[in-house]
Structure formats: C-alpha cells, structure tokens
Design a protein around this ligand. Structure first.
Ligand code: TXA
Ligand code: MG
Length: 351
C-alpha cells in the first residue's frame, strides 16, 4: 500500500497519488480517501466483488447499504430513476456537500450497493481530493461506493492516520486496502445528513440520519419539515442503536452533576477521561479535552477527541451532555450511539 503524506493543496505528489488511486479503484481494489465529513473506504460501485470486499474489510453485514459518491458533473439519471423535484432542490442547495439522498435505484445498478434494497444512496462530496479522485475514476462517470473507513460499529475516521490505525493489517503492504489518500482533517467531522426521498407520496422526505446540514436547513429548502424514520424506513447502519463507539465505555452526564460524578469516581479509585464544553476543571481526569460550545466546531473535533480519550485507557469516558435543540441533533445522535451500550457501567464502577 502507499500512504501519501501530501497537503490538501494539490501538489504534484498528491495529484500522482490520486491518479494511482483511481487506477486501483478501476482494478477492483479498495482505497481510503478523505471527504469533508469523514474518511471513506471506497470501491467501484458497479463492481459487486469490490463492494463485497469493503464489507469483508469492515466486518460489516452485507445487507447494509453503502453510499455511492459521485463527481459534481455526474449524470444523476444514470444512478437513479423517478427522480423527484425535491431531489433537484436539495442538490441545488447542498451539493457538493455533506448530504446523502436516498433515491430509487436505476435498474442496471447492482443491488450490492444497497444491500438488496430497491434504492441507492447518492452523495457528491465537496472535499477537493474526493472530487479529484471521482473525476479521475472512470473519467468522472463512475461511482465510488464508500462507507466510513472504520471497523463496523467503531468511531469514524477524520484523518488518514485514523484509517491506518483502524486497518493496520489491511493497509500494510499486500493488504486489502491498496492506498490511503491524505487530505488533512475532515472539516465537518460527522457523517453526512441522509434524507430518504423514495416514499414521498406516503411519508414525505424522511431524515434517516441527522448531520451538519440540519432539519431546519432542509425544511427551508423543502417547505416541509423532514419526518422522523418509521419502522418501514430504509435500513441505515449508521442508525443502529450501538454505533460510533470507542473501546472505553462512554457515559453522558448533565453539566450540573458532572463535578459530583467525578468526585465519586475518584473516591471509588476509578480512572476516567473527560470530554466537556463548559466545565473547565478536569484536573482529576486521566485525560481531559474541552470542545467548542458550538455544534459545527464540536462536530469537527468529536471523533478525533473520542479516539484521543479512548487512548487514555481509563475505566470510563464522561461526556458533558449537550443542549437538546435541533442545532445539536447531529452531534447528540452520535454521542447517544457512542454511549448506547454503557448504561449501568457508571453504577458498577461506583459499587
Ligand atoms: O458522510 C458520509 O456519509 C460518509 C462519507 C464517507 O461519505 N459515509 C458514511 O457511510 O457515513 P456509512 O456506510 O458509514 O453510512 C452510510 C449510511 C448507512 O447508514 C447506510 O445504511 C445508509 O447510509 N445508506 C446508504 N445507502 C442507503 C440506501 N439505499 N438506503 C438506506 N440507507 C442507505
Ligand atoms: Mg459508518
């Protein structure tokens, strides 16, 4: 494998790396690449064997759909059929950018990318390295299927080094991942907002996964608020309850009780790491990071900081809970999933 340590500005070495990566994708191999949300693990969306090897590398069930990434000039009607007006409106407003649309899949697109469902998830990323790769791959006419470049259920990567840390064997020489392109730290930091437009007549637009583009922004373009997913909504693995989790258990604690919880843990001889946005005294913590008290800045830092706190190998990671308003929906969604399996952990540590 080759790891290209280039800067986001397109130096010749990075351009070379992108050309090389596009050839590797065309040959059916896997490539890690940056997007503005998180790093993706890409394969040729029209090559079912290549897509299957993403599932194998991630340890992900093969009935989970992956997002197909397109170049800005791509022909949407090649990938989707019965494209509604709502899709064109959202694309005009938010592409390229952190928005994925679920549309009815064109019949000739293999259903391996949608886990056998009749739909396809499409996104045009704004990251310059992702765009250059997509323009180079199959002359800009291909699609790159890519989930986040992490092991199934684990924290998504926001740097090239995170991808290598997630897949040490696969990114080693002769491993399943042929290259990892380095485009610096992902700007947005959490995965794209996903909107399902396949059941408009009966359900309207459905927000399958909140992200940097908020429900409020979607409503401004669509004229109606997006609905919450129901039981029959298309499956989305980022919407499983347990997801985005580090190895250390994560627990969300209200600001008002954080100081007391830290004292109790200390008295019980337990170690903890702390992620806060308003509390600045974390002197008792084994590791402490203060994130911006604003959703975009918080999202930008979230995954890298969870990884850093995980590395402290404390008994538990305490996260100061955030406001429950719509601006924080994307971040709160990821934090709740990171904390999902941890109910009861705090109680056990204190007894
Ligand atoms: O920001 C992102 O979306 C990143 C970057 C790499 O683009 N990708 C990402 O992929 O988060 P992944 O696989 O970790 O999450 C993709 C989500 C999953 O929840 C998947 O189930 C959903 O998109 N998805 C993709 N295609 C779908 C479809 N046809 N129907 C329903 N959900 C779909
Ligand atoms: Mg993911």
């Amino acid at each position: 494998m080759s790891t290209e340590n280039a800067q986001p500005a397109m130096q010749p070495a990075l351009q070379q790396a992108i050309l090389h990566a596009a050839c590797q994708l065309e040959a059916g191999l896997l490539v890690g690449f940056p997007t503005e949300t998180v790093y993706g693990l890409g394969a040729d969306a029209e090559n079912p064997a290549a897509v299957a090897s993403i599932y194998a590398a991630k340890g992900r069930p093969s009935n989970h759909p992956v997002i197909v990434h397109l170049a800005p000039e791509a022909d949407l009607s090649y990938w989707a059929r019965d494209i509604p007006q709502e899709a064109h409106k959202l694309i005009a407003a938010f592409w390229p950018g952190p928005l994925t649309l679920i549309l009815k899949r064109a019949h000739h697109i293999p259903d391996t990318v949608s886990g056998g469902q009749d739909s396809v998830g499409l996104r045009c990323p704004s990251h310059p390295v992702a765009q250059a790769l997509l323009r180079e791959f199959k002359g800009g006419k291909g699609g790159v299927a890519a989930p986040s470049a992490n092991k199934f259920g684990h924290v998504s990567p926001t740097t090239a080094q995170h991808v290598i840390d997630e897949f040490p064997q696969e990114t080693a020489a002769g491993g399943a991942i042929a290259a990892v392109l380095d485009g610096g730290q992902s700007e947005v930091g959490i995965e794209s907002t996903i909107v399902d437009l396949t059941r408009l007549a009966t359900h309207g637009p459905v927000l399958l996964r909140p992200g940097d583009i908020s429900a409020v922004q979607l409503e401004q373009v669509l004229g109606v608020p997006p609905a919450a997913p129901d039981a029959a909504a298309p499956r989305a693995s980022g919407t499983l309850d347990a997801h985005y989790a580090p190895n250390t258990p994560v627990v969300l604690i209200a600001s008002a009780t954080l100081a007391q919880t830290m004292q109790q843990l200390k008295a019980a001889g337990r170690s903890f790491a702390l992620m806060s946005h308003s509390i600045s005294d974390g002197s008792a913590a084994r590791a402490h990071l203060v994130l911006p008290a604003e959703p975009h800045g918080y999202a930008h830092d979230l995954y890298a900081d969870l990884r850093a706190l995980d590395a402290a190998q404390a008994d538990i990671i305490l996260v100061e809970a955030l406001p429950e308003d719509r601006d924080w929906q994307g971040v709160n969604d990821r934090l709740r999933r990171a904390a999902f399996d941890s109910a009861g952990v705090l109680g056990k540590l204190l007894t």
